[in-house]
Design a protein around this ligand. Structure first.
Ligand SMILES: Cc1ncc(COP(=O)(O)O)c(C=O)c1O
Length: 404
C-alpha cells in the first residue's frame, strides 16, 4: 500500500451537482401523471420531444454516403462551415469582405466561449469580462477557467420584469478601456429580456467611446425574430467598434446539441491583425482539445450551402420560433383567463425559450411538491416545456399557488 501522502486526489472534495441536475433527478423520480418539466434547457416540440431537424437528417444521409475518410479535420475546423457561419452571423458585412474576421469551429458554443476566453487572456491577461446580472450560469466557470477576472453589471430588474437599462449604462460607463462587455445577442438566458435596437445603438456608441470590447454570445440566432433580425446587435457592433468577439452555437437553431458544434469569430482592426488572431485561436484550440469534432459542422456546412436544405432549415427554424412565441401568447392568455392575481403579460414580450415567472422560491417548491410542475429555483421556466396538453394544468397550478 502506498503511503497516504502519495494520494493526489484525496485533497479533492465532493462537488455538489448543478442545481438543475438535482431538479431533473426529482422529476424523473416523480411518478405523477401530471408532471411537467419546465426546467430543461433544450427545445421541445408539442409532443415533448427534442426533434432531429429534417434538414439535418437529409444532410447526414448525404454526408455518410459520401464520406471517404475519418482523418482529422484541421485545428481551425471545417473551412466551409467557418465561411457559412461568418455569412450567417455577419451577412455581407464589410468586416468579412475586408478579411477582418477570424472564425474557428469549436465544440459547441461552450467550446467557443472557452477558446474566446483563453484568447482574451492570452491577449490581455488583466482584462476583466463584465457579465450581465443574471447571465447564463456557465459563463462564469468557463471564463474563470480561462484565467479571466469577472465582474457583473446590472441587467434584469426582477420587479419591473425588464432590463434596467439606465443602471446598465451607468455601470458600462465605468468599465475600463480594454475590458470586455459580454452581451447576449438575442433570447437572453435566463431572463428572456433582450436589448432593443435603440439600446444596441447606445451600447455600440459607448463601447466605441470607452474602448470597451463587446463579446456577444449568440446561442439562439433565429429563435427570436428571425435569422437575420437576430444578428442585428452583432452586425451593428461590427460596424461601430474596431474589435469584437462573437461566439455562436448551433445547438439550438440546428438542434445539434450532442454533436457539439459552434464557432468563435474575432473581428480584428485590420486583416494583418486578423491573421495573427487566427494563428492564436489555432494555438489555443490545439492546447485545449487539439481538433474539433467533424460531424455537426459537416452537417451545418451542407445545410447552409445547399439551396434546398437551407430553405428547409429556414422553414424549420421559423416553425420553432413561431411555436415558442406562440406559446408565450397562449400561456399569458391562459394565466389571465384563469384569473391570475398577477399580470404575466411581460412574458409575451420576452424572447427565446426562457423567462422568469418572478415567483418566490417557496412558491417554486410548492409548485413542484404539490402540483408536480418543475422549474429552477430562480423561477426560470422553459416555455418550450409547455404544450397543448399541459398548458391549462400549468396555468391552473400557478394561479392556485399565487392565490393561497
Ligand atoms: C447563453 C448560452 N450560451 C451558450 C450556450 C452553449 O451551448 P452549447 O455549448 O450547447 O452550444 C448556451 C446553451 O444553453 C446558452 O444558453
Amino acid at each position: 500500500m502506498p503511503g497516504k501522502e502519495s494520494s493526489v486526489f484525496e485533497s479533492l472534495e465532493q462537488v455538489p451537482p448543478d442545481a438543475i441536475i438535482g431538479i431533473m433527478a426529482l422529476f424523473r423520480a416523480d411518478d405523477s401523471e401530471n408532471k411537467v418539466d419546465l426546467s430543461v434547457g433544450v427545445y421541445q416540440d408539442d409532443s415533448g420531444k427534442t426533434p432531429v431537424l429534417e434538414c439535418v437528417r437529409r444532410a447526414e444521409r448525404e454526408i455518410l454516403e459520401a464520406q471517404s475518410t475519418k482523418t482529422y479535420v484541421g485545428i481551425t475546423g471545417n473551412a466551409g462551415f467557418n465561411a457559412g457561419m461568418q455569412e450567417l452571423i455577419f451577412g455581407d458585412h464589410a468586416v468579412v469582405k475586408d478579411q477582418r474576421v477570424a472564425t474557428v469551429q469549436t465544440p459547441g458554443g461552450s467550446g467557443g466561449l472557452c477558446v474566446a476566453g483563453h484568447l482574451l487572456h492570452r491577449a490581455r491577461a488583466n482584462a476583466r469580462v463584465h457579465l450581465s446580472d443574471p447571465s447564463w450560469p456557465n459563463h462564469s466557470p468557463l471564463l474563470k477557467l480561462a484565467g479571466l477576472h469577472l465582474e457583473e453589471y446590472p441587467y434584469y430588474d426582477y420587479r419591473e420584469h425588464g432590463i434596467d437599462f439606465e443602471a446598465m449604462v451607468h455601470a458600462v460607463e465605468r468599465i475600463h478601456a480594454g475590458d470586455v462587455l459580454l452581451l447576449h445577442g438575442c433570447c437572453h438566458n435566463p431572463c428572456g429580456a433582450d436589448l432593443s435596437k435603440e439600446q444596441w445603438h447606445v451600447l455600440a456608441e459607448l463601447c466605441l467611446r470607452r474602448r470597451i470590447v463587446p463579446f456577444i454570445d449568440l446561442a439562439y440566432q433565429g429563435l427570436s425574430e428571425g435569422i437575420v433580425e437576430d444578428a442585428y446587435g452583432v452586425r451593428l457592433m461590427a460596424e461601430h467598434v474596431p474589435e469584437l468577439v462573437v461566439v455562436a452555437s448551433c445547438s439550438k437553431n440546428f438542434g445539434l446539441y450532442r454533436e457539439r458544434v459552434g464557432a468563435v469569430s474575432i473581428v480584428a482592426e485590420d486583416a494583418a491583425t486578423r491573421d495573427a488572431v487566427l494563428s492564436n485561436l489555432a494555438r489555443v484550440a490545439r492546447g485545449l482539445y487539439s481538433m474539433p469534432p467533424d460531424h455537426g459542422a459537416a452537417i451545418v456546412d451542407r445545410v447552409l450551402h445547399d439551396e434546398k436544405l437551407r430553405a428547409l432549415w429556414e422553414d424549420e427554424v421559423e416553425a420553432i420560433r413561431a411555436r415558442i412565441n406562440g406559446l408565450r401568447t397562449l400561456f399569458v392568455g391562459k394565466l389571465a383567463k384563469r384569473g391570475s392575481p398577477r399580470d404575466f403579460s411581460f412574458i409575451e414580450h420576452e424572447r427565446g425559450m426562457f423567462s422568469f415567472l418572478g415567483i418566490s422560491k417557496a412558491q417554486v417548491i410548492r409548485l413542484r411538491e404539490e402540483f408536480h410542475v418543475y422549474m429552477v429555483e430562480s423561477s426560470r421556466i422553459n416555455l418550450a416545456g409547455i404544450n397543448a396538453s399541459n398548458v391549462d394544468y400549468v396555468a391552473d397550478s400557478i394561479v392556485a399557488v399565487l392565490e393561497s
